[in-house]
Design a protein around this ligand. Structure first.
Ligand code: B12
Ligand code: SF4
Length: 441
């Protein structure tokens, strides 16, 4: 049985700098189980002649596996249609957060035959087995023990694209086009890559879609991560790793062990964190092990808004975490969100003033967006008549129009009007110098 896995394009105005980790895991797990897997990464291979239709028709495969996030609905639809037209018997499987959050839409409105919900490694193998046995697979979408997973099949992907487009600290043109920046040492950045060290998140912020990974926070064995980084250094000369976990810093023992292993490697890295876990001591350990910075989605500096978002943090904890960042790291990345239900001129001003007080420049200001599957989405369905109407009659159209959260108001969640939301964002950018000024078409 031949399997083709594809990664559709995403954020086309920026250079592709994020290795598709999820698809990488699916590819390596299938390979481990003896399947014949090919990968085509449309996001990395953006040359004009490499069209969806052309590539999809050029391969021979029995099963097509497409990955995607919610903003890639149109891409998934298009790819599945080309595959079906090409071969009526092909089995088309979709995975990733799009499949978990809107399976019914994909099954009803596209040529996708099967959606794999949650973590896909074991499920995909079971699905392939079921094609032979005819028995429906029944395996959980959550992998308890991450130790048994092989590292992503990096060798199946066009790695030079990802390695040469800077990520995180070195991505100074993040909101312009993501090319190599112009400032000093960042002109010639080391080869960079994203990775994950943990899965899941124990929190439940209303805007975040993360239940596809379960609320059970699981960390990888730090030794496994060490081996994976060693491999990336040896094979690809990687010099910088950015961890895109929901919350890399959540379990202190895990971080400390990871630091002790990685320190002698001399590699630079950065990650995401939770403000309530950070201490000077931990930051010191991380910095001395090569960590350049810990990124935070602060979202707001109004306690009322933070409670409304169910962030389970206090503004005071933010102050402490930012001070720790400034004392120990060279890289800071803070993002904010405007338009949460209950947002007012006053709460926006609190966030803007906080940036000034703390001397921070947000990398981005997003509009609050009720992505399907989030607690905010369910709340709006329950409480907002217009939203309910949209979900009843215009849902697929709405989904197919979803895009950049920093540019598009997909829904006015606080009922102040789109004009007001735009004004708040303009004000935020003007007052704080937030990075995401440029509009992309
Ligand atoms: C890296 C990342 C990106 C990257 C690249 C994404 C990509 N497609 O390559 C970039 C920076 C481009 C990005 C952009 C955005 N992102 Co993003 N991103 C992530 C992040 C932080 C990590 C993804 C990752 O590597 N996960 C780890 C791997 C192991 O998990 P995974 O990819 O889900 O894969 C597993 C399963 O899903 C499944 N699976 C995946 N693919 C396949 C395929 C098959 C065939 C099968 C069977 C199974 C399967 O099995 C995998 C292994 O278990 C996630 C958060 C997170 N922690 O996952 C958000 C996340 C995916 N992003 C999200 C969002 C909302 C966005 C934006 C819309 C935000 C914005 N600022 O506007 C933009 C998109 C903009 C646009 N123009 O479209 C949401 C998606 C919600 C949803 N319902 O889809 C997430 C989940 C964040 C969140 N918690 O809300 N993002
Ligand atoms: S925003 Fe971060 S802390 Fe909140 S639920 Fe999502 S991943 Fe967890």
């Amino acid at each position: 049985m031949e399997i083709l896995l594809v990664n559709p394009r995403v954020r086309e105005w920026a250079q592709p700098n994020c290795f598709p980790t999820g698809l990488g895991y699916i590819a390596s797990y299938l390979r481990l189980r003896g399947y014949d897997v090919e990968v085509w990464d449309f996001n990395a291979m953006r040359q004009e002649d490499l069209t969806y239709e052309g590539i999809i028709r050029s391969y021979k495969y029995d099963v097509l596996g497409i990955t995607g996030i919610i903003t890639q609905y149109n891409d998934v639809k298009e790819l599945a249609k080309f595959a079906r037209d090409h071969n009526p018997d092909v089995k088309i499987v979709c995975g990733g957060t799009i499949a978990t959050s809107i399976p019914e839409v994909l099954l009803e409105t596209t040529c996708v035959d099967r959606c794999i919900l949650g973590e896909g490694e074991i499920q995909m193998v079971e699905y392939l087995r079921s094609l032979k046995s005819g028995r429906l697979p029944r395996v959980p979408g959550l992998i308890e023990d991450l130790q048994h997973l092989p590292r992503p099949a990096y060798d199946k992907f066009p790695m030079e694209v990802y390695l040469n487009n800077p990520i995180a600290y070195y991505n100074t043109n993040k909101w312009i086009d993501g090319r190599v920046g112009e400032s000093d040492e960042k002109i010639d950045p080391p080869k960079s890559i994203n990775m994950i060290g943990s899965r899941g998140c124990p929190y439940n912020c209303i805007f975040c879609y993360h239940n596809y990974m379960g609320d059970k926070y699981r960390v990888r064995d730090p030794l496994d991560i060490f081996f994976e980084i060693s491999y990336l250094i040896n094979e690809y000369d990687v010099g910088y790793v950015h961890f895109v976990d929901d919350a890399f810093v959540c379990n202190k023992a895990f971080v400390e062990e990871f630091c002790s292993l990685i320190k002698p490697m001399g590699i630079k890295w950065s990650c995401s964190g939770r403000v309530n876990v950070m201490t000077d001591e931990l930051a010191e350990t991380m910095a001395s092990a090569g960590c350049l910075g810990v990124c935070y989605g602060l979202e707001s500096a109004s306690q009322v808004m933070l409670d409304r978002m169910n962030k389970k943090v206090s503004v005071d904890q933010y102050r402490k975490a930012i001070e720790i960042n400034k004392r120990h790291f060279v890289y800071e990345d803070y993002t904010f969100v405007i338009g949460t239900p209950g947002e007012t001129d006053g709460t926006v001003a609190e966030s803007v003033n906080f940036c000034e007080e703390m001397g921070i420049t947000p990398t981005s200001v997003f509009y609050m967006t009720p992505y399907p599957g989030t607690p905010l989405f369910s709340e709006l369905v329950r409480t907002n008549k217009e939203f309910r109407y949209m979900v009843c009659y215009l849902y697929t159209k709405w989904i197919s129009g979803l895009g950049e959260q920093g540019e598009q108001v997909a829904w006015d969640c606080c009922g102040v009007g789109i004009k007001k939301l735009h004004e708040w964002k303009e004000l935020f950018i003007e007052e704080t110098g937030a990075w995401n000024k440029k509009k992309h078409s």
